[in-house]
Every structure is written in C-alpha cells, then in structure tokens.
Design a protein around this ligand. Sequence first.
Ligand code: GTP
Ligand code: MG
Length: 195
Amino acid sequence: MKVTKAELAHVAVKAEQYPKNQLPELALAGRSNVGKSSFINKMLNRKGLARTSGQPGKTQTLNFYEINERLYFVDVPGYGYAKVSKTERAAWGKMIETYLSEREELKAVLQLVDIRHRPSEDDQLMYNWMKHYGIPVILVATKADKIPKGKWQKQLTAIAKTLDKEASDPLLFFSSATGLGKDEAWRTILNHLKV
Ligand code: GTP
Ligand code: MG
C-alpha cells in the first residue's frame, strides 16, 4: 500500500482515550525488543515515527498510528521485560488485556517473533491467549536479515510447530532492516481488513 499520510494520532492508557472514528485497527504484539516499533516505521516508510530502542521496554502506552485516514497500527508495550516492577507490569498487563479483548475495531493482531529463535513461553502464552479470545493473528517472523535465506523456511516451520499455529493464521518473514517481506505483509494486512 502506498502510505501518503501517517501520524501518531492517539496515545492511550485507558479506553476513554482510544480513537473514536471507528477505523479498523491492527495491533502489534511481541516480546520487548523484538522489533514492533521498527516494523511500523518500515511499513509506513517513516524513520523514527515510532520510537525504537536497543533497550527493551521503550513503548509503554498504546500508540495509535493513523494511516491514510483508513486504518490504525497500534503499537503495544512488549511483554517479557524483566526490569519493570511487579506493580507496573500488572498495570500494563491490564491495559493490554482490556484493549485486546474488548476492542471492537481490532481486526487482527500482528504478533512478532524473532526468526532466529523458537518462540518463548511468553510468545506461546500470548498466542494461546489470543486464540482463546478468537482474535485473528498474523505471525511475523522478523529480523530475517540476521540469518541466511536458506534457513528461513526451517525456522518458520519450527515457529509454526512450537506455537501450534492455526492454519488460518498467516506466518510471514520480515526484516525492518532491509524491507524484506514488506509487500507481502501489506497484502496480508489489507486482506484481513478488507479496506
Ligand atoms: P519495545 O518497545 O521495548 O517493546 O521494543 P520493540 O519491539 O518496539 O523493538 P524496537 O522496534 O524498538 O527494536 C528493538 C531493536 O531491534 C532495535 O535496536 C532495532 O533497530 C532492532 N531491530 C528491529 N527490527 C529489526 C530487523 O528486522 N533487523 C535487525 N537487524 N534489527 C532489527
Ligand atoms: Mg516499541
């Protein structure tokens, strides 16, 4: 998709702060540091729009990026980041759970995993939790630039198996560093939104 307009339109920690214009939403989920914010920047061709960092735990609010006045990407704080306090983690957990389980505009979740590794226990919990709520998931195996092309398929197969992936959930490879997989990611997303 050609992105002509992209902006951080809303920042929310509670439901009253979500957008009110009823555009379809796609949320980014994944472990801290897996590359959710980088994915958004690459897909939107906007370096630095979503804040990224080598330090995990950069994104701490629900950040709604409005795209071409047609849809939102929602950057969600990553899970599995040990260095936050228990109270903080509980508050984030609640914020994310409320959004993912109750938001009608949410059409699918893009769950990012690192193509180099078997999905962690947190990844598995997250995927199972979304399946429990009947949320369509698009799995994105990112950082594909970090391993040779010849190894991608083997890694994708292992990821699908570990997660016990449902057949209807696509599994794509991606690299925010090179833009690899970007066209296919847009095709899959638009297909899920029918926008
Ligand atoms: P939190 O906001 O902490 O949950 O992290 P995040 O998932 O948003 O990760 P972020 O996009 O900030 O990226 C984390 C680090 O990984 C940064 O140093 C990025 O430059 C790097 N990174 C992200 N995607 C890729 C990729 O596809 N390839 C490579 N080589 N590095 C990547
Ligand atoms: Mg982030």
